[in-house]
Design a protein. Structure first.
Length: 303
């Protein structure tokens, strides 16, 4: 594909947002809050875990450390049980969609006497910090929840305003200018095919990779070829992380056609790139909807 036409296509995608694949949102920086009900013992609480990523459960009550039960312990690279904490790091041996049961017991014997969790493996995301409460809530906790709700409402309002603005904008280059995605510097592009590192467990082979940067967005254009004769592969989500572990908010994932053994496919990932976003190299992870096949690219750089 000619460089200029490729850049124009990416620019139109930054405005249009009318693709068939879904966008993905980054996990927030705040903790996830779970409250255990005394009258609902045995309820399984789902917690997302991911290979190589740390998930910490913080309890408000002391645990009986020797009573902790974890199904598939050998599939975890690190399991660290503290007085009021539990840290879990799945190994690379786990597969997306796998589930492991974990049960803990509280030392004071009050209701509920314990808690049960269902650890669900996600290919790229994990609940980094989960706060587990079983005591009566304080006024401070309600105030904190109110602050979090207000922040979430503001985020939704800003996201809605962005969507309305983009859908109400004209198409083509005029649309890029209308929503502020391009300034006089234009849309910069870079061919990074030779510099990226492809994950050893990739289900597909990246045969060509281009990256782009506009005023407040970045995008990747990845051509993929299937390595085996399997069912067609369609990307359903993406995660983009900096070398320091900061996850960038992915706005859109678009694919022109399913990837098969005979027909390569092109996936475009668009993400936010504010002025204070970290520079340097990134890693990209793509996954399909219900299947375990993923694609990981490292050492990805943007113009």
């Amino acid at each position: 594909m000619h460089a200029s036409s490729s850049a124009i296509l990416l620019g139109l995608l930054l405005v249009a947002g009318t693709s068939t694949a879904q966008g993905a949102t980054a996990s927030g920086g705040g903790a996830r809050r779970i409250e255990l009900e005394p009258n609902a013992p045995g309820t399984l609480v789902e917690v997302a875990v991911s290979p190589g990523l740390s998930t910490v459960l913080l309890f408000d009550s002391e645990l009986v450390q020797e009573a902790t039960e974890l199904e598939g312990r050998d599939f975890f690279a690190d399991v660290d049980s503290g007085r009021k904490t539990m840290r879990l790091v799945p190994s690379a041996r786990v597969s997306p969609g796998e589930k492991f049961r974990m049960a803990v017991r509280f030392r004071d014997g009050a209701a509920p006497v314990g808690a049960s969790f269902l650890l669900v493996v996600h290919p790229a995301r994990a609940d980094a910090l989960v706060e587990v409460y079983r005591n009566r809530r304080t006024v401070e906790s309600y105030q904190e929840e109110t602050r979090e709700a207000r922040a979430e409402t503001l985020r939704c309002q800003e996201e809605n305003a962005r969507i309305v603005s983009e859908h109400g904008a004209p198409g083509g280059l005029a649309g890029l200018l209308a929503v502020g995605s391009v300034d006089v510097g234009g849309l910069a592009g870079r061919v990074v095919t030779e510099s990226i590192t492809s994950g050893p467990k990739n289900a597909l082979d990246p045969i060509k990779v281009h990256t782009y940067r506009s005023t407040n967005r970045v995008a990747l254009e990845v051509w993929l070829m299937a390595l085996r004769s399997e069912t067609p592969w369609v990307a359903s989500g993406a995660a983009l992380r900096s070398s320091t572990g900061v996850e960038v908010k992915v706005l859109r994932v678009w694919q022109d056609a399913p990837v098969t053994l005979d027909v390569p496919g092109r996936v475009v990932v668009e993400a936010e790139a504010p002025a204070d976003a970290p520079r340097g190299s990134y890693s990209l992870k793509l996954w399909e909807g219900a299947g375990p096949r993923t694609v990981t690219l490292s050492s990805v750089t943007f113009p």
